[in-house]
Design a protein around this ligand. Sequence first.
Ligand SMILES: NC(=O)c1ccc[n+]([C@@H]2O[C@H](COP(=O)([O-])OP(=O)(O)OC[C@H]3O[C@@H](n4cnc5c(N)ncnc54)[C@H](O)[C@@H]3O)[C@@H](O)[C@H]2O)c1
Length: 263
Amino acid sequence: MGTLSGKVALITGGARGIGRETALKLASEGARVAVCDLGDARHDISANAYALAKGNDIVETTRLVTEAGGECIPLTADVRSSTQLKNVAGSVIERYGRIDILATCAGISGFFNIHDMTDANWQGIIDVNLTGVANAMRAVVPHMIANHYGRIVVVGSLAARRGTAGNSPYSASKWGLIGLVKSAALELESKGITVNIVHPGPVDTMMNNNPAVIAWKGKAPAPGELIPPRAIAEGIAFLASDAARHISGSELDIAESRAATWN
Ligand SMILES: NC(=O)c1ccc[n+]([C@@H]2O[C@H](COP(=O)([O-])OP(=O)(O)OC[C@H]3O[C@@H](n4cnc5c(N)ncnc54)[C@H](O)[C@@H]3O)[C@@H](O)[C@H]2O)c1
């Protein structure tokens, strides 16, 4: 029996990267999972420097989880919309009857200096990375309070530990998540809900290994320099487990030394 046997998890940004690995890991520990991502109903997010996932990516996550013996449902939502996330939470409750775990993996990044950043650049990243996480929390927390049980794990970044030249809205959004997580942890601990944040270093996903980021940094990642998304999924699975039931409001840094060399 896995550490998450009988649990139901909702994962935002589950179509690829860290979100997909989290779906696979949580399912391998026995959780039934629902993954949500943008799908094919494209919304222009001009702040982002590379292509976001498509509908077939979320179908592929579902296929991989199922192939590995797990249970997974694909759902579509733009995390910038609290209404869409409430609908997603409703679909999960309708299908599985509960939501025990929320892992927020949806996120975007782009490179702009302060002096030439547009309103859309700034707002796009804040809307997805910060407001999107608050929207996801607000969608699931009423259900978790009703069950007096919940594990919320937010994906932050080590870019919230130091400034990042050319990536200020991203750092600011991730820094903001720390305040959100620590506040929610205080509010929700007496209701059986833990809220924690993991801070990955540079991970080998589309976000940190694409032509735009390589052009900005002027270098491609060296072999082995980026950590596998599985490393982040392992941290999320731990914080989602009952072994972490007394841990709330905490920050888990993953691969700090790599961040120092890559950023
Ligand atoms: N890759 C890294 O080096 C790294 C480092 C630190 C933190 N992170 C964080 O990890 C998380 C996952 O990123 P990743 O590396 O897997 O990148 P990724 O681009 O592979 O995955 C991000 C996913 O979020 C989805 N998404 C983006 N905007 C969305 C929206 N408005 N609504 C719904 N879904 C949306 C994308 O379609 C994509 O599937 C992000 O929060 C990111 O900031 C990544």
